[in-house]
Design a protein around this ligand. Structure first.
Ligand code: ROI
Length: 167
């Protein structure tokens, strides 16, 4: 049977981060890979941002970005696709907590949905505390509302922009 694309897509915002193994190349490759996820299109992505590591010091600075996807997959399937991309790019999951990483892909927002499952919490629970997530997100959608949390711009005003540079 011919595969029918689902009739409508959800706007999903993805956070990208890398601080190992040529981070710019890691993000470039991740953006290409995001566009190859079934029933999903990459609509646009932010600039890359250099950010000081949150977590143990002594690790390299991160590159962060955000991407907007039009996605017809249910959230758990999208999560699995993101984990596949991370694994293909050499992500090692047994490193130290908050240690360096080749590629991190997080579902920041899935439409206006609030998801609270053991394997997936959306909006991403740390979104409002992290300028390296909020700044790229706001570049994509300056008026963005975080479901249940209020305006992204207000959170960034609270968090501030220390330690992050737009490239
Ligand atoms: N720190 C920065 N600056 N950017 C990240 O993407 C990032 N990701 C993480 C931890 C280790 C918490 N620190 C980070 O997972």
């Amino acid at each position: 049977m011919r595969h029918e694309k689902p009739p409508y897509a959800t706007e999903c915002y993805i956070g990208l981060g890398s601080n190992l193994d040529n981070p710019a190349a890691r993000l470039d490759a991740a953006l290409v890979a995001l566009d190859t996820i079934p029933d999903t299109n990459l609509v646009r992505h932010s600039s890359y941002y250099r950010s000081k590591p949150l977590g143990p010091s002594g690790q390299p600075d991160y590159l962060n970005a955000a991407a907007l996807l039009a996605c017809s997959l249910p959230a758990p399937q999208l999560l699995r696709q993101l984990q596949d991309i991370e694994n293909h790019q050499g992500r090692v999951r047994n490193g130290p907590r908050w240690g360096p990483r080749t590629l991190d892909l997080d579902i920041l927002l899935y439409g206006n949905e609030i998801i609270d499952e053991p394997e997936l919490v959306v909006p991403h629970p740390q979104i409002k505390y992290r300028n390296f997530v909020l700044m790229p997100l706001l570049e994509l959608a300056p008026g963005l509302d975080l479901p249940g949390l209020g305006r992204a711009a207000e959170w960034l005003a609270r968090v501030g922009t220390a330690g992050i540079t737009k490239l």
